[in-house]
Design a protein around this ligand. Structure first.
Ligand SMILES: Cc1ncc(COP(=O)(O)O)c(C=O)c1O
Length: 386
């Protein structure tokens, strides 16, 4: 049988790339088969090198609120690339995008641009430690904040027998090569379990620089917070002098224009954004009050980066935000309505005929399907670890 182009590319790619790709989440480890090599995208569609058309429900792990090759983004890129790709100097568009963010997000008075969600989380946690003078960070089971050592714990699904007692979860690094020293100040707590958190805060709250949480748990199924849960995390942080760090890498500019902070009425001390913010190119941001963010001044808490505030990324971001916010946030309302409709219809199918024991959960434009086959959960859509 002749190979299709994806299969031939995979054969060639596997000789020069690990698993033929550049992240385990894109190769056979995630898909259990030859990855499909994509050639181009347009609107809601992706096309592979063999000419197949796909409806793209993943949208680059949520990085494309406007879909593929949106005409306004294409025009912006075409115009701006001709004027230079990156200067690594101060830029007018940097001020303009920061102004849009500060106007949109009541909890953000100052912004620092970075490139990826991982980098932003690293800077945010260093800033929390610098600001409070405390070492410990409190993180939740099943949450992912990027692939750096201090937070790369307990983010993968584990059998319940491996997790330990909810009052004192066993810390499980998600990778080899991580030294114990790098996570010895990280405390793990089960999520959506207020009793456990209250207990941990009573024990460690005074030593904690921050509690870091995703607003909607998105790395292990789309799981919404219980009513009032995130607000209580915020209160507990305030009571103990720890910073409330909301990681909106997935949820920012997605579940609502103002992310989970808007959706659940929160006022995080530090917040990070990534994915959607870049409108398809690498772009991230750290935000917070003037007082906390001023810790970054003069590199007191150091955060550098050759590609921070890249001008092309900022121009794309400006186009994406103004387009999505136009007409009373019509773009954000549209992706929310689409996500809710799709989730409800998949749930209706599951109720009618569910021989695969399908579960579909979602929050606004985020949704995920699990197929429970032979007592194993298979993650099928919106795998978010990029
Ligand atoms: C909640 C959250 N934080 C941080 C990250 C890391 O972002 P990046 O892949 O841009 O480094 C991710 C990535 O999936 C994420 O889901």
């Amino acid at each position: 049988m002749t190979k299709n182009t994806s299969e031939s590319l995979f054969e060639r790619g596997s000789k020069v790339l690990i698993e033929g790709v550049s992240s385990a989440s894109r190769g056979p480890a995630a898909f259990g088969t030859t990855p499909r090599y994509m050639s181009h995208g347009e609107g809601s569609r992706l096309y592979d090198v063999d000419g197949r058309e796909y409806i793209d429900w993943m949208m680059a792990f949520g990085a494309l609120p406007l879909g593929h090759a949106h005409p306004k983004i294409v025009t912006t890129v075409t115009k701006e690339i001709a004027r230079g790709s990156h200067f690594a100097t101060a830029l007018e568009v940097e001020v303009e995008v920061a102004e849009i963010l500060v106007n949109l997000l009541p909890h953000v008075e100052k912004v620092r641009f970075a490139n990826t969600g991982t980098e932003a989380a690293m800077a945010a946690i260093r800033l929390a430690r610098g600001h409070t003078g405390r070492r410990k960070i409190i993180k939740f089971e099943g949450h992912y904040h990027g692939w750096w050592d201090a937070v790369l714990l307990n983010s993968n699904p584990q059998p319940i027998s491996a997790l330990g007692h909810p009052n004192s979860p066993i810390r499980i690094p998600d990778s080899s090569g991580i030294t114990e020293e790098s996570w010895m100040d990280t405390i793990i707590v089960p999520w959506n379990d207020l009793e456990s958190l209250e207990r941990v805060m009573a024990l460690h709250g005074r030593d904690a620089a921050c509690v870091v949480t995703e607003g909607v748990m998105s790395n292990m199924g789309v799981i919404a917070p219980k009513p009032g849960y995130l607000n209580r995390i915020q209160e507990l942080c305030n009571e103990h002098g720890a910073l409330f760090y909301l990681d909106e890498t997935v949820t920012g500019f997605r579940v609502a224009a103002g992310g989970c902070a808007e959706l659940y009425g929160l006022k995080p001390d530090i917040v990070t954004y990534g994915k959607a913010l870049g409108g398809g190119v690498p772009m991230a941001a750290i935000g917070g009050s003037d007082e906390i963010m001023s810790g970054l001044e003069w590199g007191k808490v150091l955060h550098f980066g050759t590609h921070n505030a890249g001008r092309l990324a900022l121009h794309i971001c400006k186009t994406m935000l103004t387009t999505m916010l136009d007409d009373n946030q019509a773009g954000f309302i549209k992706i929310k309505d689409l996500g809710v409709k799709l989730t409800e219809e998949i749930q209706a199918i599951a109720r009618k005929n569910n021989k695969h024991k399908m579960i579909c959960q979602g929050v606004n434009s985020m949704f995920q399907i699990f197929l429970q086959i032979k007592k194993k959960f298979l993650i099928t859509v919106t795998f978010v670890k990029a």
